[in-house]
Design a protein around this ligand. Structure first.
Ligand SMILES: O=C([O-])CC(=O)C(=O)O
Ligand SMILES: [Mg+2]
Length: 544
């Protein structure tokens, strides 16, 4: 029996003490043989005490504490022990029954954004139940809390905003970022996902409203990677926005100014990165997400030597796509070196994937990187990237400027290069036209077509278009999910090539191994394992 004295001590100690009491009560519950529906994570016992927290999550406060609230799943014993008598209706509902009820409710909503809001409400009300739903129904709920619905949520974030999630660090906080980090109630942070909102999916600059992305990504770190929610910190850096619509939107939640750039931007990021390492140590993983190209490459290069950083859009997407290609070789035949790759889009995803393919080719064939890069061609908004354009290219495009006549559009590039693999990563939708897909199908028996841009509205083509236009011969995967397609009485199941299939596991690996830097070999190892896994999974799907 826990003594009243221990309990009172916990009251005085605050949050950390309360957790110990909670754990003791839970243990007692188990000893009494009362079924433990969703017990306390004992690992949280070591949580450092936040001295200013004087409230103890019991009674009414407990019901409003999402981390510990169980709603109607509180047992009779817990209702007595935590002063909940009368605060709940008499019925007891197991977590399984709560899950059944919520899934039923969610399925009633026809508008995806309503489902998103219902899930966010649940996360703020009963965190364990939120994750139970997400883990048990991952295929159904991933498109709700993540891509594509999270994109719409970010666009409307100001209007649907209820309670703040994550940490907002704006130019106003310059010089005080360490203090801001200390305002966050958790001390033991293992992963930070940070955005500056400038390139949210393929939707462009959504400023401060990009917060939906770190929140969504981190919910997958827990649901798919198994990290404790308390170890995850979503951060949005607000340096303004160049989105006129948002600047004029009365419900916009961010700084109402145009984006800071140059030194002002660099100084804020530097202060943030320094504060993060100082506050959480060098083993905290910082995942950069949805920065615009012009900052993404520079930030990765600048902080890779000093911090445990990972750019999901460059490195995560690259690993998933290479894994997918390795798996697809079993379907299309040949070795990686037998293929020729054409990209539409030469930004983070495009050049990131291209570089990882070139690296893998170089390892496989022992040819130098400069040679293996020549199998890979990129098209940007100005046409095929060729040597004659080299001078005017941004630095991350330069390695892809090969010798060739200038070529303007994608269709002409397909005809000129004759790729076996076509990859879309430009963030612009509907660019894989009927003519482009037909051209791919006329060159290849089984053209590999990856429409990676997100969300669904920005996809280069739909799964149905890829299968129909190629007369059922394309091997297709996309960044955002598509339903299976029936064509000529055959069912085609499209693949999904989204970095969500790698970053939670990759991040978990980094944390578990205690890594302090990310190396390319780790990415290659991740995609080989992932490629094998997806091949095994694929073997259980109906044939393409
Ligand atoms: O969030 C996603 O679905 C994938 C991704 O990183 C992006 O499109 O920027
Ligand atoms: Mg991203």
């Amino acid at each position: 029996m826990i003594s009243r004295q221990t309990f009172l001590r916990a009251v005085v100690l605050g949050w950390g003490g309360e957790r110990k009491v909670w754990a003791l009560l839970e243990r007692r519950t188990m000893m009494n043989g009362v079924e433990k529906t969703n017990g306390e994570d004992l690992a949280t016992e070591e949580q450092l005490i936040t001295p200013w927290t004087v409230s103890v999550a019991s009674g009414y406060t407990l019901l409003r504490d999402p981390r510990h609230n169980k709603g109607l799943a509180f047992t009779e014993y817990e209702r007595d022990a935590h002063y909940l008598r009368g605060l709940l209706p008499p019925a007891l509902m197991t977590q399984e029954l709560q899950e059944k009820k919520l899934m039923h409710n969610l399925r009633q909503y026809e508008v995806p954004l309503q489902r998103y809001m219902a899930m966010m409400d649940l996360q703020e009300r009963n965190e364990r139940l939120f994750y139970k739903l997400l883990i048990d129904n991952v295929e159904e709920l991933l498109p709700v809390v993540y891509t594509p619905t999270v994109g719409e949520a970010c666009q409307k974030y100001g209007s649907i905003f209820r309670r703040p999630q994550g940490l907002y660090i704006s130019l106003k906080e310059k010089g005080k970022i360490l203090e801001v980090l200390k305002n966050w109630p958790e001390r033991n942070i293992q992963v930070i996902v940070v955005t500056d909102g400038e390139r949210i999916l393929g939707l462009g600059d959504l400023g401060c409203q990009g917060m939906g992305i770190p929140v969504g990504k981190l919910s997958l770190y827990t649901a798919l990677g198994g990290l404790r929610p308390s170890a995850c910190l979503p951060v949005t850096i607000d340096v303004g926005t160049n989105n006129e619509k948002l600047l004029n939107d009365e419900f916009y939640i961010g700084l109402r100014q145009r984006r800071a750039t140059g030194q002002e931007y660099a100084e804020l990021l530097e202060e943030f990165m320094t504060a993060v390492k100082k506050n959480y140590g060098e083993k905290v993983l910082v995942q950069f997400e949805d920065f615009a190209n012009h900052n993404a490459f520079d930030l990765l290069e600048k902080y890779s030597p000093t911090h445990l950083v990972f750019n999901d859009d460059i490195q995560g997407t690259a690993s998933v796509v290479l894994a997918g290609l390795l798996a697809a070789l079993k379907l299309v035949g040949g070795a990686l070196a037998d293929h020729k790759f054409l990209f539409l889009g030469a930004g983070e995803a495009g050049t990131g994937i291209a570089e990882l393919i070139a690296l893998e080719l170089s390892k496989q064939t022992k040819a130098p990187l400069e040679e293996t890069r020549k199998k890979i061609w990129l098209v940007d908004s100005k046409g095929l990237i060729v040597s004659s354009r080299k001078e005017s290219l941004q630095h991350f495009k330069k390695p892809w400027a090969h010798d060739h006549e200038p070529v303007k559009g994608l269709l002409d590039a397909v005809k000129a290069i004759k790729p076996t693999v076509l990859i879309g990563s430009s963030g612009v939708g509907k660019t894989f036209t009927k003519e482009v897909v037909e051209a791919m199908a006329s060159i290849n028996e089984k053209p590999l077509i990856l429409a990676l841009s997100n969300p669904t509205s920005q996809s280069e083509c739909t799964a149905e278009e890829a299968y129909t236009w190629s007369k059922g011969r394309a091997i297709f995967a996309s960044g955002s999910p598509f339903d299976p397609v029936e064509y000529n009485s055959e069912v085609f199941v499209p693949g999904q090539a989204n970095n969500a299939y790698i970053f939670p596991g990759f991040g978990l690996g980094l944390i578990m191994s205690g890594a302090i830097r990310v190396h390319d070999d780790m990415l290659l190892a991740a995609c080989k394992y992932h490629g094998l896994l997806s091949y095994i999974l694929h073997a259980h799907l109906p044939p393409q």
